[in-house]
Design a protein around this ligand. Structure first.
Ligand code: NAD
Length: 256
């Protein structure tokens, strides 16, 4: 792929972001694009993903956008084939597509449990496995999974969500052992509360109080998609090549 920006290695490194239409994924896309990466947004919400891509293009980014369900491997494979055709092979994957739910443990149905595990954990597996052959071929890659602080600390009424994100952390560590010798770093970011549409929805439902969050957070505020996006961009840089298998808390000091 030639982008004309050969002085910046990021210009040759296509970044795929799942859940890239909103919140943390969109924040990651903004920061990766600002670092010079061509970015590909994959998201279940077709309208939102094309709107997000148009906004990023207005800011000068090279973007491709695809409606994808990360649970459906064929839809990821189809999208990545288009990404390879439009932008080139994939060098970076950020897996931010995810859903949350809240319920006392005794009320969690088998269907709820299955849905959380399938989207958050199996979707992460599919997204990484579909992209990794390009990184193996190039002997260079960066994989960042978005897990959750709730998997580190535990969280009431979130047994299914926390378990799905604990799986993401374990998957990340296992892949770091396997892929780092081949030039691919694999890290996870387990954010605390980040103000995104997902968090705003929990505020509306009455299951989240942002004032209380600020009070419990040493930096005295909730996080932003930019806080996570900036960390993603750093982890994708050449300077972060010795960081792998790590759980990088972006949480304002809430969980130490
Ligand atoms: P968000 O709802 O703003 O964005 C999530 C995006 O994922 C949406 O655009 C949605 O359409 C997409 N998505 C959902 N299911 C999908 C599927 N099956 N296939 C493809 N795309 C799908 O939420 P967010 O807050 O940006 O969350 C992003 C990630 O960060 C999630 O995995 C979430 O669990 C995690 N996280 C969020 C917070 C927080 O406080 N916001 C904290 C910790 C972890």
């Amino acid at each position: 792929m030639s982008s004309g920006r050969t002085d910046n290695p990021a210009a040759e490194r296509v970044a795929v972001i799942t859940g890239g239409a909103s919140g943390i994924g969109l924040g990651a896309a903004r920061h990766l694009a600002a670092a010079g990466h061509p970015v590909a947004l994959l998201d279940l919400d077709g309208d939102a993903v094309h709107r997000a891509a148009a906004d990023l293009r207005d800011d000068g980014a090279t973007v491709s956008a695809h409606e994808v369900d990360v649970v459906d491997r064929a839809s990821i494979d189809t999208a990545l084939d288009k990404v390879r055709g439009e932008l080139g092979p994939v060098s970076v994957v950020v897996t931010s597509a995810g859903i949350e739910a809240s319920a006392p443990f005794v009320d969690i149905t088998a269907e709820d449990w299955e849905r959380l595990l399938t989207v958050n954990l199996t979707g992460t597996f599919h997204s990484i496995q579909a992209a990794v052959p390009d990184m193996l071929e190039a002997a260079w890659g960066r994989i960042i999974t978005i897990s959750s602080m709730s998997a580190q600390s535990g969280a009431p009424d979130r047994a299914h969500y926390a378990a799905s994100k604990g799986g993401v952390i374990a998957l990340t560590k296992a892949l770091a052992f396997e892929l780092s010798p081949k030039g691919i770093t694999v890290n996870t970011i387990p954010p605390s509360i980040i103000v995104t549409p997902m968090a705003e929805n929990s505020v509306k439902e009455g299951t989240l109080d942002l004032g209380a969050v600020a009070g419990m957070t040493p930096v005295r505020r909730a996080g932003t998609p930019d806080d996570v996006g900036a960390t993603c961009a750093f982890l994708c840089s050449d300077g972060a090549g010795f960081i792998t298998g790590q759980t990088i808390g972006v949480n304002g000091g809430w969980y130490l």
